[in-house]
Design a protein around this ligand. Structure first.
Ligand SMILES: Cc1cc2nc3c(=O)[nH]c(=O)nc-3n(C[C@H](O)[C@H](O)[C@H](O)COP(=O)(O)OP(=O)(O)OC[C@H]3O[C@@H](n4cnc5c(N)ncnc54)[C@H](O)[C@@H]3O)c2cc1C
Length: 410
């Protein structure tokens, strides 16, 4: 990046972490992402010999999978400050969006486990922290074939409630139904943070959240999903056929009707921090698109000079810079608020997710224009960044649905 960092207060620790992640991103994530993106069959992305596993293992060797886990179980949460989390995600998003999501959701169920009263589940969190061989991988099972936007806007309409149902029998929940092909890490995960309908009469408000080991009898997977963007990110269906889940693994049950009204971002808001993380990482991707464009414009000669000397290219680059920095500023600011205030501003969070994903897409599209014909060639990384950014506008809730889920808070 040729232009200065304008957050003046970065500490040496924050800068050191950013430098470490930047190196990991440039040397490991970016090249692996490009290689994985080119594989024709998404099953090859997760094959035993796939470079995906080198990325996972090196991430864990660096201890980066433990940033959200307490020191008491071997994690590094207490050594991280909110800005460190932001810098880490920006650099990972810069390197490869799909791999960032895969590495991020891999910790999700385990991060919850560390706070639970169930000793077995707390121990699972510790095992995850210690797991350098990537034997434990998490996912977030929420979307279903019949319910996408419903998770944010369905409210208490029974017809919008989860199709995956859990019924309590004795000490177990019996679970039937399926999660959609969009579940990130869906075919490789060992555990899911799983959203389950428990009271169908209350629609989405009648749901519970479970930690579900995915090796329980009755669980099967679909094929890895084939898609246009974030191809290094494994996704796929999870099917549940009379799955017996211990009662204490249902970590949240429906709240009383009196407590569960209101907007606030719906389920995909997830309390703000996960969605704020999306905003931050896609601000990183916008910067990646801008940097690719600047580099190319300095190299490509037309009219006898590098194209960066033409006024139309200069203005385009300036506009891309302006959009990128605006998105990054909002994302950093909202995520600092979400992590430091003890609550979340869902309005800012959804605005940031919209802003940074649309900015990444727009900047990548303008970058393709600067590349000319080469922008469409698979030889250059920019077309991949464009496809990755496009997926982000739908990922974890379409931007429109997320906005509608909070707009009444205005
Ligand atoms: C890269 C990627 C990663 C993902 N990772 C995960 C994951 O880890 N776990 C997981 O569970 N899911 C995941 N998803 C799924 C994602 O959350 C859903 O795709 C998203 O919520 C949209 O749901 P849908 O695809 O069913 O679209 P739909 O809900 O069918 O939406 C179709 C269109 O209708 C609009 N719409 C929908 N409902 C309404 C409404 N009530 N009012 C007005 N307009 C509406 C939408 O804006 C959209 O334009 C991922 C998706 C992507 C692309």
């Amino acid at each position: 990046m040729a232009y200065p960092e304008i957050d003046l207060n970065l500490t040496d620790e924050q800068k050191a972490l950013r430098a470490m992640v930047k190196k990991f991103g440039a040397e490991v994530m970016r090249p692996a992402g490009i290689e994985l993106d080119k594989l024709g069959d998404p099953a090859d992305v997760i094959a035993d010999e796939s470079i995906l596993w080198d990325v996972f293992k090196q991430f864990r060797e660096l201890g980066l999978h433990t940033t959200g886990f307490s020191k008491s179980i071997g994690g590094m949460a207490e050594d991280m400050d909110p800005m460190m989390g932001i810098l880490l995600l920006e650099e990972m998003g810069y390197a490869d969006a799909g791999l960032t999501i895969s590495l991020y959701v891999a910790s999700m169920p385990f991060a919850f486990c560390q706070f639970l009263p169930v000793p077995e589940l707390r121990d699972l969190a510790r095992q995850y922290v210690e797991d350098k061989d990537c034997k434990l991988i998490g996912c977030w099972g929420i979307t279903e074939p019949e319910h996408g936007g419903d998770w944010s806007l369905g409210g208490d309409k029974p017809e919008c409630g989860p199709s995956l149902r859990g019924v309590l029998k004795g000490d177990e929940f019996i679970i039937n139904g399926q999660k959609s092909a969009w579940v990130s890490n869906g075919t490789i995960a060992t555990h899911s943070l799983l959203h389950v309908g428990l009271d169908p009469s209350r629609g989405m408000r009648g749901q519970g959240i479970a930690i579900c080991p995915l090796d329980l009898p009755g669980i099967t997977r679909g094929k890895p999903l084939d898609k246009i963007g974030q191809r290094p990110l494994n996704q796929g269906e999870i099917f549940f056929d009379d799955v017996h889940l211990p009662k204490e693994y249902m970590i949240m049950t429906p709240r009383p009707a009196s407590e569960s009204a209101g907007g606030g971002g719906g389920l995909f808001g997830g309390g703000g921090i996960p969605m704020g993380s999306m905003a931050v990482m896609f601000g990183g991707l916008a910067r990646a698109a801008l940097d690719e464009a600047i580099k190319y414009a300095k190299d490509r000669i037309q009219g006898g000079v590098p194209i960066i000397e033409h006024k139309n290219i200069k203005l385009k680059l300036f506009e891309m810079f302006m959009l990128t920095e605006s998105a990054r500023s909002l994302s950093r600011r909202l995520q600092l608020y979400n992590t430091m205030s003890g609550s979340s501003s869902m309005l800012h969070t959804m605005a940031g997710k919209w802003m940074s994903t649309e900015t990444a897409f727009r900047v990548a599209s303008e970058a393709i224009q600067i590349f000319g014909g080469n922008g469409l060639s698979r030889e250059y990384a920019i077309e991949k960044i464009f496809r990755d950014a496009r997926a982000a506008m739908i990922e974890d809730g379409t931007n429109e649905v997320l906005a509608l889920s909070v707009v009444d808070d205005l």
